[in-house]
Design a protein around this ligand. Structure first.
Ligand SMILES: [Zn+2]
Length: 221
């Protein structure tokens, strides 16, 4: 299971929009409030984002939907930018300028499910190596797809998609590997036993902020 953490001006309004637009389910967990779909939580933090996904290392959040036309009609009614790329795929610029890449899959049993997160990197080979060295293959969260960018993109911290997250069963096992790979943490181990999950924050070499959270039982996609 993975998550994305969004910074939004109005957390409740964003939650309602995600529920209605995509047919996701409400979700909450201790101090977190958001929505869930198979493969991904979307958590909302109420503050003023410094920008949308455009220009940052996170190009889009990829979501599979059962009925693309229905989603596009709702998005258009809500005034969001929509661009169809084929009969079964489209982009929507969702609330807070978060780019969503939608792909239709009529066989799905839910209205929406996580598909991928598209990251801009300046070196595809180095990016795949950086992630698999630290997190294994496949990585524990939502699938990451990399896109070559000739120019460096802006870091995600403070943007509407502030960071991506991986839920793991045992953080310690990952920390050993991360430390062995010479990883510097933005925020080290934190959390009080029984109150909050243990978590660390780090930033990949291209600017994507990553949260690694210990949540036993959540590690499978
Ligand atoms: Zn994408």
């Amino acid at each position: 299971m993975g998550h994305v953490h969004l910074i939004v001006k109005d957390a409740q309004a964003s939650k309602q929009l995600w529920l209605k637009l995509l047919g996701t389910a409400p979700a909450s967990d201790t101090s977190l409030d958001g929505v869930s779909m198979p493969g991904m939580y979307v958590w909302f933090h109420q503050a003023a984002p410094t920008g949308g996904t455009d220009g940052s290392t996170i190009r889009d959040l990829g979501v599979r939907v059962r009925d693309l036309q229905a989603v596009l009609e709702r998005a258009a009614r809500a005034g969001f930018y929509c661009r169809s790329t084929s009969r079964h795929s489209a982009y929507i610029l969702a609330p807070e300028n978060v780019m969503l890449e939608l792909t239709e899959d009529p066989r799905m049993t839910s209205d929406a499910a996580a598909d991928h997160i598209h990251l801009f990197v300046t070196d595809l080979v180095a990016a795949r190596q950086w992630y698999t060295t630290r997190f294994g293959n496949p990585i524990p969260g939502t699938r990451l797809d990399f896109i070559q960018s000739d120019d460096p993109m802006a870091p995600t911290k403070g943007r509407s998609v502030d960071h991506i997250g991986f839920e793991v069963d045992n953080l310690r096992t990952y920390l050993d590997g991360l430390e062995a790979a010479g990883t510097k943490f933005e925020i080290g181990m934190q959390g009080l036993p029984g109150l909050r999950p243990k978590q660390v924050f780090l930033v990949d070499p291209w600017g994507t902020r990553i949260e690694l959270t210990e949540r036993p039982g959540y590690s499978s996609p």
